[in-house]
Write a protein that binds this ligand. Sequence first.
Ligand code: APR
Length: 249
Amino acid sequence: MGRFNYAVTMSKIHSIVVLTGSGISAESGLKTFRDNNGLWEDHAVEEVATPEAFAANPELVHRFYNQRRQQLLSSELHPNNAHIALAEFQKTYVGKLSIITQNVDNLHERAGSSNVIHMHGELQKIVCTRSGKRFDCQTSIDTKTQCQCCGIQGTLRPDIVWFGEIPKSMDLIESLLAGCDLFISIGTSGTVYPAAGFKQVASSFGAKTVELNLEAASRYTGFDESHYGLAGKIVPQYFDNLKKAIDQD
Ligand code: APR
C-alpha cells in the first residue's frame, strides 16, 4: 500500500462517506460495467437499462434483471474481503460512516454493513408502476406477474434507476457530502454522474478525499490520496491503517 498519510488528525474525522462501485464486487464474481466493453452481461445498456427499453421490450428487460437477481441468490456468491473489511470498520468506528453505493447487489448488507444507500436501486426490490409501492423480490417477475397491491398484471418493474432517471436519496446524499470530513471512493471509474461528481462536492466542503481502485481512471482524478490494487487486498489494508491511526490519536 502506498504512503498512508493523514494531514487531518483523526480526532477531526467525525463523519466518513464511502462511495462504492462495481469494482468492490468484482472479486465476488459480479461483472463490472466498463470492463466488459461496456456490455452489461452481453447486452448493450440501451437494450436493458432505460425506460424506453422497458417500454419497447419489457420481457427482455425482465429477463435481464431476473438473471442478475438469480445470480445474487447463488450459493457461489459471497461478499469479499473488501465488503467485510468495510463492514468491520463501520462496526468499530465511533463516528458516522455512510455507504453510498452505485451497486444494486446486496453484498454490503450481507457483509454486515448498515446505513447503505443504494442510489441506483436494488436487484432484490420491485416497484408497482401504478401505486409506487415497493416489494422485496427474490424470484423472477415478468409482464404476467400479478402485482401484490393492484392484483393486476403488467404493472411491476425492477426497482433499478435506469439511465435518464433520477438516482435515489439525492437530498440525503448531498447533505452527507457537505458534512463529511473524509470521502473514500472504492471501485468506481467515476464515469457516470452524479456519483462521478461526489468527490468534488465533498472536497469543496473541506473533506479529505481518498481513492481505492484497481487502477487510476483517466477522468476521475485529483484525490488527496490514492491506492491501487485489488479491492480484496487494498481495502482491508486501508481500513486497518485507518483504525490504527484513530486508535493512536
Ligand atoms: N478491485 C478494485 N477495483 C476494481 C476491481 C477490483 N477487483 N475490478 C475492477 N475495478 C475497478 C475498475 O478499474 C473500474 O475503475 O472498478 C471500476 C469499475 O468501473 P465501472 O465498470 O465503470 O463501474 P462503476 O464505476 O460502478 O459504474 C457506475 O455506471 O453503468 C452505470 O449504473 C451503472 O452503477 C453503474 C455506474
